[in-house]
Design a protein around this ligand. Structure first.
Ligand SMILES: [Fe+2]
Ligand SMILES: [Fe+2]
Length: 363
């Protein structure tokens, strides 16, 4: 196993408050709900039901199964490919859970009010349980892939970030919403019995975490000074761009190293995969749910972090935002509107993967 260790120096402003009454009623309700819904990863999951030879997730619902280059692989290679791809994702979720545990521990210190400290504290326990359950699950498979460099960069930035609002946006709204989407999908797609058993429990915990982030930020964002708010909007844009991987920079590229450990002959398979996925006319994207469009962007819109100036930049990534209707549509990167706005950025010499330049198109 490849175990990596990294350190970051976190400069954190910690707030002590001599005031113990809970103010925000909704947050208090979330806290009491969390106390009642604690579960035990060791005892409440029937680990004996683990089946090593079945798919983790239903391959028929996986995007990969729509590709010709996958369909033409022999059966045993397909099985190995789907298993490796699932375990790569579960490994990244595990590392994300550790990050959530650490960032949330910081939030206990940094959030200024008692409601927030309580909500963060109970979340720390939830995240410890998630780390435990995913680590244990990967142990059953005897496989764990290292943290992807893109995820590592985001985690380092989150840990080192000074403002609690930015930590809360990055962790509670962006990363947790991505995870929430995955768990929602995972509930439908899970095949392996143990995975199928614990995913709905993790899902329930995560919905509380996202709800906490959205509630806390909805109240806080309107109070921010314009320059702090602009910094946060840019920070948000940058993080979304790096996670969605739709701004011309590859994201989560270490999955190819992971796939090299499967039975698939990558030298023959990869060129076909790249050819097939870069031709928009041939791709069947119908009904695919991207976590960004489904959960992350609607939540960011709700808390007020998607400004008018970034609408063209998000469009260039295939996310069409309607701020009046509060609606997000995933039109993908092959759409004529996406191509047209990319062309405008190109003509103006602006790089839309950069939050400042992305905001200059209408200027
Ligand atoms: Fe979690
Ligand atoms: Fe969480």
């Amino acid at each position: 196993m490849n175990i990596e260790r990294f350190q970051t120096d976190a400069l954190l402003q910690s707030v002590f408050k001599d005031g113990y009454e809970l103010e925000a009623e909704k947050l208090e309700t979330l806290y009491s709900k969390s106390k009642r819904h604690q579960w035990n990863a060791e005892l409440d999951v029937d680990w004996k039901r683990f089946e090593p030879d079945v798919d983790v997730l239903d391959r028929k619902q996986d995007f990969l199964s729509r590709l010709e280059c996958v369909q033409e692989l022999p059966e045993d290679q397909q099985t190995s490919l789907f298993k490796t791809a699932s375990l790569f994702t579960v490994s990244q979720i595990l590392h994300g859970e550790q990050a959530a545990l650490m960032v949330c521990g910081q939030l206990v210190n940094a959030v200024p009010d008692m409601d927030g400290k309580f909500a963060a504290a109970v979340q720390v326990m939830d995240e410890a349980r998630h780390v435990e359950v995913f680590a244990r699950y990967l142990e059953c498979h005897g496989v764990r892939f290292p943290i992807d460099p893109d995820l590592k960069r985001i985690v380092e930035q989150l840990l080192a970030e000074h403002d609690w609002e930015a930590k809360c946006v990055g962790m509670q709204v962006i990363l947790e919403s991505v995870a929430l989407s995955f768990f929602r999908m995972g509930e439908d797609m899970a095949v392996e019995p143990v995975f199928k058993e614990f995913i709905p429990r993790v899902h329930e915990d995560e919905s509380r975490h996202v709800a906490y982030g959205v509630l806390a930020l909805e109240a806080r964002i309107p109070e921010l000074a314009p320059e702090s708010r602009e910094r946060l909007e840019n920070w948000t844009y940058d993080t979304v761009t790096r996670i969605a991987g739709r701004a011309g920079k590859p994201s989560f590229a270490s999955q190819f190293q992971a796939l090299a450990t499967s039975k698939v002959d990558l030298e023959a398979f990869l060129p076909k995969l790249i050819r097939e996925t870069s031709d928009g006319r041939k791709l069947d994207l119908e009904g695919l749910n991207d976590p960004m469009a489904q959960t992350v962007l609607p939540n960011l819109m709700r808390v007020g972090l998607l400004p008018e100036r970034h609408v063209p930049g998000y469009l260039a990534q295939g996310f069409k935002l309607d701020l009046d209707e509060q609606k997000v549509t995933d039109i993908h990167t092959f759409h004529p509107e996406t191509k047209a706005v990319r062309e405008q950025y190109r003509e103006r010499g602006l790089d839309f993967s950069d939050p400042v330049q992305a905001g200059q198109l209408g200027a």
